[in-house]
Design a protein around this ligand. Structure first.
Ligand SMILES: Nc1ncnc2c1ncn2[C@@H]1O[C@H](COP(=O)(O)OP(=O)(O)OP(=O)(O)O)[C@@H](O)[C@H]1O
Length: 602
């Protein structure tokens, strides 16, 4: 089987026939999968639609019956037939209203359940996808999938489906009624289907491309907005406001033009249908007139046929609107189903191994790594880190230090070779177990919405406040937390609760301390601290390191000094490996870096 397309051709507007087939099939498969759990409710809705429309369609028939059959009887003094017909009319009118309201609510239940399911699927799935995917697929795009695409689908499911079902049933029943009243008029009306079908085909061809373009442009509008706002500090620092305004206006204008073109297209479809409808009614009127003169049709029948045929074209217009939303929603489904088709590149093993307690020994064997299909970043290497050792990784920017750290955290898999934790390949461990034993404190020290205590507790869900506080104390974060307006309950996103970059790092240290992993990775975690804070953190760091295996990426001498061993990474290779003292004595790259640090401290 060939590899699924996924999001690969997401920005393509005109697809090849083969691509179009794959993308459409994938979209409808997703829609069907969402509909299956709603089977029972769906059947109920169809039954309600059938009965409600049957009752509605009976109304003109009862009028014809009243004119042609019961009125002559009234002239003869017999009122009962008219009375019964009138009563039947009222019952049908009430029934059709009640059933209509019932099926509208059950159709809404179906659409809301399908949307909830899809919304959750998109969230769960995107969260599960590997870092590699997120690095190329911007968060703006994900937001647009989760918001504007699902919104388009909501419009279709909320109004479209119930209206379509009802309209189709109504059209069929009305046609049957017309055939029943006079089959020749029915045939005449069927001729109108030819221009209607031609019009629909014309519309479908043009709208498919336009709606696909609309999804692409709308995603661009959202991602440009998100990118600008998430990078607002850089925008201000580099005075990008005017350039960004122009860029955004250009994209927004494209979206406007696309929307206007879609409306214009619909502006041809709907009046086209109205015109066909009116011409058909005129043709029926002329034909019926001749038949009455001939004496082969009664007035009541003609009135009923005209009433029914006039009403026949109202739902056809509804169907046109549904068709338009369907085209738009299909374009959205193409995108969402592509996202859902993406597979994580770092997969959890089918049968994960459990290791229980871990000492923390790490070993790379014949390891080679490169990002995605890109060039090799870490050339073949072997590296053994005994349990409990503190290793500092140094090297120039872009040398591969973070890459080494991210490999240990299994954010990526090796291209070849193995990485073992206590002699078990890490790709054979469950994600849960791996996250328990290996914790990475990243440079940005991200805090989630919520209180300081909740943020620390992420290290060990369910931890008591006492444990949280002692973790904070251990890394030297307790004092400043107590100085926050509500102490540990302070919301980190609220005014007053904002913490500095260094304090954020201390909180993430406390989180890692609470997690108590066997292996700890610190990615330049101390780089944004001032000197006094750094001293405090150094003490905290010592406690945090304890007996764990630790890999610290640091540009600071102070961090390197607490290491048992230093690795110098240069151009994707480990070029020096030894104790700090040994490397200084060797007068290699580390010795030069060390000298530069020392000089910078003076
Ligand atoms: N997600 C990625 N996709 C593709 N290439 C990447 C990715 N991340 C890093 N690289 C490349 O891998 C190489 C090593 O990057 P890495 O981030 O490991 O360097 P580093 O030594 O940590 O640098 P710094 O000190 O600046 O953080 C660089 O050439 C970089 O361009």
């Amino acid at each position: 089987m060939s590899k699924p397309l996924g999001v690969a051709n997401e920005d393509a507007i005109k697809l090849s026939a083969a691509e179009r087939k794959v993308v459409r099939r994938r979209s409808f498969k997703l829609l069907a999968a969402l509909a299956v759990p709603q089977k029972k409710l769906f059947i109920l809705t169809v039954v309600l639609v059938l009965f409600s429309n049957a009752a509605r369609v009976l109304l003109p028939v009862l009028i014809a019956f009243a004119i042609d059959w019961t009125l002559p009887q009234v002239r003869e003094g017999n009122w009962s037939a008219l009375g019964w017909t009138g009563a039947g009319y009222i019952v049908c009118a009430i029934l059709s209203g009640l059933l209509l309201s019932w099926y509208i609510t059950s159709a809404a239940k179906i659409s809301q359940a399908m949307l909830l399911d899809l919304r959750e699927q998109v969230f769960r799935h995107t969260q599960r996808l590997s870092l590699e995917f997120h690095e190329s697929y911007t968060s703006g795009r994900i937001i647009s999938r989760q918001t504007s695409d699902l919104e388009t689908l909501r419009e279709l499911l909320d109004q479209g489906v119930s209206e379509l079902a009802s309209s189709c049933v109504f059209v069929i029943f009305t046609l049957i009624t017309i055939f029943f009243l006079d089959w020749r008029s029915g045939l005449l009306l069927c001729l109108a289907a030819i221009p209607v079908i031609i019009l629909f085909i014309w519309y479908q061809r043009r709208s498919e491309v336009l709606y696909r373009e609309s999804r692409v442009v709308s995603a661009k509008v959202i991602s440009t907005f998100v990118e600008t706002m998430t990078g607002i500090r850089a925008v201000k620092a580099f005075r990008r406001e005017t350039a960004n305004d122009e860029n955004y206006s250009e994209i927004a204008e494209k979206y406007r033009v696309n929307s206007v073109r879609s409306f214009n297209l619909f502006g041809v479809l709907q009046p086209g249908l109205v015109l066909i409808g009116n011409l058909s009614v005129a043709a029926l009127l002329a034909y019926g007139g001749f038949r009455i003169i001939d004496g082969t049709m009664q007035v009541g029948a003609m009135v009923a046929i005209l009433l029914a045929s006039k009403r026949l074209f109202q739902p056809v217009e509804q169907i046109a609107m549904f068709y338009s939303s369907l085209q738009s929603a299909t374009a959205a489904l193409e995108k969402v189903s592509g996202l859902l088709e993406e597979e994580p590149t770092v997969r959890e093993p089918a049968a994960p191994r459990t290791v229980g307690k871990v000492a923390g020994e790490l070993e790379f064997k014949d390891a080679v790594f490169g990002y995605g299909d890109g060039p090799v970043i870490m050339e073949q290497f072997d590296l053994q880190i005994p349990a409990g050792q503190t290793v500092a990784v140094v090297g120039q920017t872009g040398a591969g230090k973070s890459t080494l750290a991210k490999l240990i955290a299994r954010f990526y898999d090796l291209r070849s070779g193995t990485l073992e934790l206590d002699s078990v390949p890490i790709n054979e461990l469950s994600n849960k177990e791996l996250r328990r034993h290996v914790v990475m404190v990243t440079q940005e020290a991200f805090l989630f919405s919520g209180s300081v205590a909740e943020n620390i507790a992420l290290g060990r869900p369910g931890a008591s406040l006492e444990d949280i506080q002692s973790a904070a104390r251990a890394v030297g974060a307790h004092e400043f937390i107590m100085d926050l307006p509500e102490g540990y309950d302070t919301d980190v996103n609220k005014r007053g609760g904002r913490v500095s970059a260094g304090q954020r790092q201390l909180i993430s240290f406390a989180r890692a301390f609470l997690a108590d992993p066997a292996v700890l990775i610190l990615d330049e975690a101390t780089s944004s601290l001032d000197i006094p804070s750094e001293r405090a953190v150094q003490r905290g760091l010592q406690t945090l390191l304890g007996n764990r295996t630790a890999l610290i990426i640091a540009h600071r001498l102070s961090t390197v000094q607490i290491a048992d061993r230093v690795l110098v990474v240069h151009d994707g290779k480990i070029t020096e490996d030894g104790t700090p003292a040994q490397l200084i004595a060797d007068e290699g790259r580390f010795a030069a870096l060390h000298k530069a640090w020392k000089d910078s401290l003076v």
